[in-house]
Design a protein around this ligand. Structure first.
Ligand SMILES: Nc1nc2c(c(=O)[nH]1)N[C@H]1C(S)=C(S)[C@@H](COP(=O)(O)OP(=O)(O)OC[C@H]3O[C@@H](n4cnc5c(N)ncnc54)[C@H](O)[C@@H]3O)O[C@H]1N2
Ligand code: MOO
Length: 408
């Protein structure tokens, strides 16, 4: 059997990052930049007011106070967005100014409106200000040409604001991988439809599609296939023409109707046993003319989820030019857990803070069909292959899936 690391490395060595593309800012959230981005403008772009008030010469209001106000002549007004280049503030003069508006020539400070009587023709100022008060100088934040977003940055809400304000309507990024999902099994019925004996409601497709979207990838198709190998190959060939990765679930084990394995093992896809529980049977390879990476995951719902976390997520991140970042903490076992010899167990657990420790309580149902216990858990616990029994107090690696203290 392959170790978890060997299988993940085999997958990652076959995966290439998608070629870069220039995408509109609104499409870039979560993607990774492929080039350094420099500012096209200084920020602020011009000297402007930080307050609603009056642009003045500081020298004109020396000694101003509530008891000894200084009265200035109002010679104009400038709002945000207006061109102030025709205005001039001389000694004893003021210009009404709004936050973000261009400073008029001659003024070197702003008095906030609360420190005046708000006059429109003449204004009484009740506070002295030093030169530079309430002015945001051009280039104070960013110089024109300055590097603002480095290549390899993950685009978030703040990055998008910086790109927009430095004059970039688009960013060079690795695009979102387009992923197609295929569930297999004659027993699968859409949720909500009546079940005949032997049938179950399909649940892997919606779970895997959500996991794909959570990573920032796009789901371009979610299809159900029967246990007919020729029909499955035709479906996959069609999907391969319009996606960057294929994820199937089910049909990879030893059963007489394990359709994915039957259809793909002759087509260059490797089917291996990985020394892990759950998730032992795994298929991976490059499918069809387009050589699209295909992840053939086991059908048991918990196995499919864990396989996605361990193998598919790092591969999709690699296609986006990123490394998959998990929240990994060192936990302490809260109670005993047995583990199969020679297989890394990826157990589901409720992990919570207990003083300085992360206390790990494995959920009761560790079978790969226990969906409710998968949901009760908020973390995955990595029990090394050589460990067959963990007891309370043993240290263990934990991958947090959701916030500790809440499983929902
Ligand atoms: N003789 C052996 N049998 C099995 C072995 C083995 O080594 N020898 N391995 C077991 C392990 S471990 C796993 S995991 C499963 C993997 O099986 P398959 O990937 O072939 O999956 P299926 O047989 O299609 O389904 C397994 C199970 O999951 C349910 N399922 C499948 N797809 C969905 C779906 N989309 N939504 C909800 N539930 C689904 C399916 O009904 C089965 O109950 O094989 C063991 N057997
Ligand atoms: O390895 Mo299977 O994935 O245990 O259930």
């Amino acid at each position: 059997m392959r170790s978890v690391t060997e299988h993940r490395d085999a997958i990652l060595s076959a995966i290439s990052p998608l070629p870069p593309a220039e995408l509109a800012l609104a499409d870039c959230l979560g993607l990774v930049t492929t080039a350094d981005i420099s500012s096209r403008v200084p920020l602020p772009g011009f000297d402007n007011s930080a307050m609603d008030g009056y642009a003045v010469r500081a020298a004109s209001v020396v000694g101003a106070s509530a008891a000894t106000p200084v009265t200035l002549t109002v010679v104009g007004e400038v709002a945000a967005g207006a061109d102030a280049s025709g205005l001039q503030v001389g000694p004893g003069e003021a210009v009404r100014i709004m936050t973000g508006a261009m400073m008029p020539a001659g003024a070197d400070a702003v008095v906030m409106v609360e420190r005046t009587d708000g006059g429109l023709e003449r204004v009484a100022v009740t506070e002295a200000v030093e030169s530079g008060r309430s002015i945001r100088p051009a280039g104070e934040d960013v110089q024109e040409g300055e590097l603002v977003i480095p290549a390899g940055a993950r685009v978030n809400a703040r990055t998008l604001a910086l790109a927009a304000s430095t004059g970039h309507p688009r960013l060079p990024v690795r695009p979102r991988p387009r992923v197609a999902i295929v569930s297999t099994g004659d027993e699968l019925i859409p949720p909500g439809e009546a079940l005949a004996p032997g049938q179950i409601h399909e649940s892997n497709a919606i779970m895997l599609a959500a996991a794909v979207r959570t990573l920032g990838c796009e789901v371009v198709a979610s299809s159900a296939a029967t246990d007919d190998p020729d029909a499955l190959v035709a479906l996959l060939a069609d999907l391969a023409g319009r996606c960057d990765a294929l994820v199937t679930s089910g049909g990879v084990s030893m059963g007489a109707y394990d359709v994915v394995k039957a259809a793909l093992h002759e087509r260059g896809i490797d089917f291996v046993q990985v020394a892990m529980q759950p998730g032992k049977p795994q298929g991976f390879g490059l499918f069809g003319e387009q050589q699209v990476p295909i992840f053939a995951l086991p059908g048991n719902p918990v196995s499919a989820f864990v396989s996605f976390e361990v193998f598919v997520a790092p591969a999709l991140e690699a296609m986006m030019g990123a490394t998959h970042e998990r929240r990994v903490v060192q936990g302490v076992m809260g109670h005993e857990l047995s583990s199969p010899a020679g297989r890394t167990q990826i157990a589901r657990a409720v992990t919570s803070r207990s003083g300085e420790d992360w206390l790990v309580d494995p959920v009761v149902g560790q079978g790969s069909h226990f969906i409710a216990d998968l949901v009760r858990a908020n973390s995955l616990v990595i029990v090394p292959a050589e460990t067959t029994r963990m007891v309370a107090g043993d240290p263990v690696e934990v991958w947090l899936l959701s916030e500790p203290g809440s499983t929902w």
